[in-house]
Write a protein that binds this ligand. Sequence first.
Ligand code: GTP
Ligand code: MG
Length: 677
Amino acid sequence: MKMGVNWLTALMHVSFCLPTECYLFHKTAETPPQKETIKHSVWRCSICTYDNDETMSSCDICGVLHGPLLNNSIYDKKRTANIFDLKSSRVSSTVVGRDEAVKVSSMRSDSSNQSTEKGKHNRLDEINILKNIEVGPPAGSRTSDNCSASVQEGWLGHVDESSVAVNLRSSGKSSLSLMPKERNVMVDDSSSSRNGGEANSLTSNLENISFAAKSGHSNDANPGRAISRAQYKPEKWMLPEKAEQSLTQLNLAIVGHVDSGKSTLSGRLLHLLGRISQKEMHKYEKEAKLQGKGSFAYAWALDESAEERERGITMTVAVAYFDSKRYHVVVLDSPGHKDFVPNMITGATQADASILVIDASIGSFEAGMDGTKGQTREHAQLIRSFGVDQLIVAVNKMDAVDYSKERFDLIISQLGAFLRSCGFKDSSVSWIPLSAVENQNLVSAPSDFRLFWYLGPNLLDAIDSFQPPTREFSKPLIMPICDVIKSPSQGQVSACGKLEAGAVRSGSKVLVMPSATIATVRSLERDSEACPIGRAGDNIAVSLNGIDGNHVMAGGVLCHPDFPIAFAKHLELKVLVLDGATPILIGSQLEFHIHHAKEAARVARISLLLDSKTGKVVKKAPRCILAKQSAVVEVILQEAVCVEEFSKCKVLGRVFLRTLGRTVAVGIVTRIVEEQQ
Ligand code: GTP
Ligand code: MG
């Protein structure tokens, strides 16, 4: 977003209501017991278990459709799935008219207005799964694509991704780290045992698992895919010219345990960097004080809804922007509360890098690390499984522990070992002690003498030390849709999301999946402003012509007409069951998450149990997968999703499985067993 535009107008909020999160929670509130009996003339939602009246064609709580293929007419505005909760001001400029813009999902404000009582259903937002639009054979031929990832890649694709040395902790500003480097530089950090962590960490070892562990079926599920993505020749306009290259966009997810100070840190940074004016800050301070929540003044810049402010927690992902020396940073301030992990995930799927915020206070760091209740571990595991390998650990609230070096070192030693076990390399993790409230070590060197022992960079410098993300400019278009905005009076529809590959401009023809409909790009918007071209890495809103709005849905994908994305419900996955998670059995019912889609899934088969260190097959057809074990499984989804094998397209091939509000496994799609035609 450019200077002069009120940054708040660019705040977007990502909301994604998981089944188990379809209730409103207080910080300490537990999920209300779910009804055990199915009422007469109701149908029970397979996702959130809500008993719907039989007249409802989709779940009243989570929006999941009831029954097979339904007419498009069922897609009333309320039910159209999307997860980005864009402020109407954001939709106002070019994509759709200011007053006409309709947020298709229920709004943040809906959630605040509708229910605040414990146990009452909370329509925070509606699930971003729309299925059942008539899916004809996709236009264009299918590809047997083999472009983006090699089958030699390690567990969840960790191996091929950037791992450049950015160890900033004790060495001061690393001149190296400020230089752009080639990605894929492998750093041997096997000797790096600063924290004496787990020598043979589970996930690092899993990097050795090769796709040889596939079940051996030939991949002939996509016979029509004739054109390889590798053969694609990009047009000249798709590639950025050197001269036009301004700051590289860096999508930065701010994650961490509830109350660790993510929003306060984000708000403070934005204020220090001039994105929040003194006047606005004054307003937040005054309002926060009036409500007896003075300490949340900076957080209020991000936590906009009445409910978030009242409860003092972030519920949806807030998006804001600032420029550093090297990057146009898109801040994705995530919720830390366990009930909103799915929302956090929606932001994390778009992240190039992440800041994991830790509350250094006594007891709080420990609470975040708690295996069952703490979100520090789950967030770290999730962002890593989404391919984020560059991490800043912002050890916040150092003021609360007297800026103690001992406390900082203890956090490094305990959390460092865990991060290693998630697959983060020591060399790609920076540790920054700071205090958001006291403005210590954010954009300048600490002024508090108690931090004299710290010689490393401040937070902003550490952000600038991230390696630039790799962008697939010259690949065919892929944009997973995370939100849909409709302007019924003008008959316009816009798909929002991050361009993962390729580029679009006005007049481009795009294939909208899963409806397999061709549309023409009418205009583009980036950071609330019109832009002529959107390229890989950009978060954009694409206004489409020539398509019925009901054929554009969150969880879908915009792609190149000649390179359609697969649409399937029977998949083979390679999964790793997380530490402490409940075992996965044949027949287990789980929530299946993939990019911006979610589906109910059943484990149909556990084909192979793999040695987590070597990737070798340990057992064929085991009956269950225990925590820390990895396996090849087949899942059958209730409805098909847009998907690709991980070896062909990482972003559409990463999955995770959840149940009862916890993530139980992360994984990748190794094979599309049967594609929907
Ligand atoms: P969720 O989004 O709900 O997970 O919370 P959060 O991580 O965004 O935390 P938030 O910014 O809302 O801050 C929570 C509380 O921590 C507020 O009372 C802040 O004032 C306080 N806080 C944040 N940063 C600091 C800090 O550096 N020092 C101290 N002492 N308190 C802080
Ligand atoms: Mg917050």
